[in-house]
Design a protein around this ligand. Sequence first.
Ligand code: ZN
Length: 295
Amino acid sequence: MSVVIGLAFSACSLFSGAGRGRREVHIVTVDNNVCKRLKEKVVIYGVFVDSKVGGVWSTHDVRSTMDSMRIAADWIEAQARMQGIDLVIEVASHEKGGVVPVRSELPRAGLDGVIRGSNPSNLIDRWADKACRQVQSSFPRDTASITLTKNMPKDRERLIARLRDLHGTDNVALMLFVNNYHGSESSIALHTGSTDRIEYAVVAFKRPAVIAHEFLHLFGALDLYITPYDSKKEAEKRKRFAMDRFPNEIMAFPFRGLDSLQIGSLTEYLIGWRRELTREDAELLAGEKVRFAKY
Ligand SMILES: [Zn+2]
């Protein structure tokens, strides 16, 4: 089974922050972590990770996946233009100008199995850190100042700091690709609502719509479709409603072709293209009890 999920481990941490009286609510993924608002210059950085379970990348596979990244980026740029948003997305990778093999073994269960198992984000983080360390060490000697405040940055934090320096932007969307021939792997965006762990996505599909979907998660978008991880009836009901309300929404239908999809008003708010939620979208998220923050 193929699934694309975003907040599998943190669906109930959707809201945070409370004041007196009528609460003002911030959605934890919005304007948060490395990828804040989807505006101005943004880099989507692909890391192609070889592994026994996930497969090995050929030059052809890398090239076709980077083509898909470009198609996804062009589509998002076009959506931004329609909203009058200034956005340029640069597609980059450690493979540029010669193959730099990166290898990090997935647990035998593969990505699907890890996600369904216990403590998945720790396992995937370790796997991702190992891959990021190799990418980082393939660069010329590091003279960049690490701008993050931590004393002991993890490998993917070091890599992000370096990429920010190299590309001259804070907005670096890190995507690790698993070469999956069989279409049976999941894709996932991790730590999008975190304040202390760097967010990134792991993608096992070459489809531009899936890449765009995960990319939007990194900038705060939420899943608007029913995943196998939805246990609460209320969440399911909300998502069913969202799918009716946004019949062409990329966060609801990531397995359709990009040409038939669009970015709906709720996602626009989440990624920073709209200052405030529409009333209908706010009700969809939380009923009438709360007031959502304006950005
Ligand atoms: Zn998703």
